[in-house]
Ligand binder design. Sequence first.
Ligand code: 5GP
Ligand code: ZN
Length: 114
Amino acid sequence: MDDCLFCKIAEGKIPSTKVYEDEMVFAFRDINPQAPVHILLIPKKHISGWSAVTGESDALLAHLMRTAAVIAEREGLQEDGYRIVSNCGKNACQSVMHLHLHILGGELMSGKMA
Ligand code: 5GP
Ligand code: ZN
């Protein structure tokens, strides 16, 4: 989609530190990491957020979630654990309107979910 930061990153039009890519999803390091490992995982298809999800994307979203676990393992996070977070909308402070998962790890997280 034109004018979407994460679409442009997935298309390589804006540089990023790529971690993983396949035909459906793209992962890159967050520009402002909140943990020693902070990766963003997105579907290549533009979906603005969880509110815009339809059944048509079921296979894509299952792949997205499984890929998050694969990436976490590759990053060495499996043994000590990690957190997967996804913000939707205003109250969750979603700032980029292209659905994404945050994969966070490398240190002990607080009990708070953010
Ligand atoms: P949200 O707040 O929407 O859940 O998460 C958006 C994330 O995108 C933030 O953690 C922010 O640091 C990250 N981000 C914003 N702009 C860029 C960018 O240009 N490059 C990268 N790698 N991350 C970005
Ligand atoms: Zn997009």
